[in-house]
Design a protein around this ligand. Structure first.
Ligand SMILES: NC(=O)c1ccc[n+]([C@@H]2O[C@H](COP(=O)([O-])OP(=O)(O)OC[C@H]3O[C@@H](n4cnc5c(N)ncnc54)[C@H](OP(=O)(O)O)[C@@H]3O)[C@@H](O)[C@H]2O)c1
Length: 288
């Protein structure tokens, strides 16, 4: 049966380091969250950030903005946050409503306050393997692999999904020369023909496609490590709402050597690393 790669001990380690770093900083870092509209999943994620941020010494300010905000108003709000010396990190909750241009907004947030790591400069530094504020979900996968001492060098890692926030940056991190990295990486997407041909070759399979329980037993190699990034809200046969991953955990649990659970896996580590990025941003400001 697969070892479960649970977030709990990883998160504990991240928060211990975070508290230590805040003590060295000698002030409370400030995170400004901009939340547009009233999406229940987004509100749940943000409430977790506020709860954990407050618990560990980060001042989290929430600006909940109406869905009707237009592009110019949002750009002006970002400029205001950029200029506010009291704000260390800016997090704009995604996805944005369709009438707002996400790429333009990502480029407008000051790179040193960009705790999501989506600014082109930060993504460029990731390509060049230079220190930067890294996107949190790819970092969370790396943190899980590192904590559970899963060897990546020389392994074939197959990633399902090529989004700018998960698949692509994660592929670059695993391809990089820092450990865990040095892997041979294949990234698959919705236009990949014969997906199982690739997934069955994976020593480590990472699923980030947003399709509930898509990965079945027949798609994996025996003893593969499976990291499930997917977070999908479904209603089960009893009419209960629950979160499931992109992997059919029940189907693969006896075949894989390790599996990250959903919930209690990548998602929880992501929250902790977003807060860690706020502390990193506060140090970047202090160094100026
Ligand atoms: N745990 C966390 O912290 C965290 C954070 C972010 C996201 N997530 C979850 O991770 C999942 C992916 O998120 P995302 O933002 O990356 O999603 P996204 O932007 O919608 O991208 C999904 C990717 O999956 C690919 N894809 C979709 N269906 C596929 C299929 N049948 N076969 C192969 N590839 C397929 C798409 O291909 P194309 O490019 O060809 O369309 C796309 O590249 C979601 O469940 C999301 O909730 C979790």
């Amino acid at each position: 049966m697969a070892e479960l790669l649970k977030a709990k001990p990883v998160v504990k380690e991240i928060y211990t380091q975070l508290v230590h770093d805040i003590t060295r900083l000698r002030r409370h870092p400030v995170l400004e969250i901009i939340l547009i509209g009233d999406n229940a999943a987004a509100e749940w994620y943000v409430s977790n950030l506020i709860k954990n941020g407050t618990k560990y010494g980060i001042d989290v300010k929430l600006r909940q903005i109406s869905y009707t905000i237009d592009q110019t108003e949002l750009e002006n709000l970002i400029r205001e946050c950029n200029q506010d010396a009291g704000i260390d990190g800016i997090m704009l909750q995604k996805p944005l409503p369709d009438h707002l241009d996400e790429q333009v907004i990502n480029s407008l947030i000051k790179p040193e306050k960009d705790v999501d790591g989506f600014h082109p400069l930060n993504l460029g530094k990731l390509v060049l393997e230079q220190p930067s504020l890294l996107p949190c979900t790819p970092q969370a996968v790396i943190a899980l692999l590192k904590f559970y001492k899963i060897e990546t060098a020389g392994k074939h890692i197959v990633i399902l999904g090529r989004s700018n926030i998960v698949g692509k940056p994660l592929g670059l991190l695993l391809l990089g020369k820092a450990e865990p990295g040095n892997a041979t990486v294949t990234i698959c997407h919705s236009r990949t023909t014969d997906l199982a041909l690739y997934t069955r070759q994976a020593d480590i399979l990472i699923a980030a496609i947003g399709k509930p329980e898509f990965v079945k037993a027949g798609m994996i190699k025996k003893n593969a490590v499976i990291i499930d990034v997917g977070t999908n809200l479904i209603t089960d046969v009893n009419g209960t709402d629950k979160y499931v991953g992109d992997v059919d955990a029940e189907a693969v649990i006896n075949l894989a050597s390790a599996l990250s659970p959903v919930p209690g896996g990548v998602g929880s580590v992501t929250t902790a690393l977003l807060l860690a990025n706020v502390v990193k941003a506060a140090f970047l400001k202090t160094k100026k």
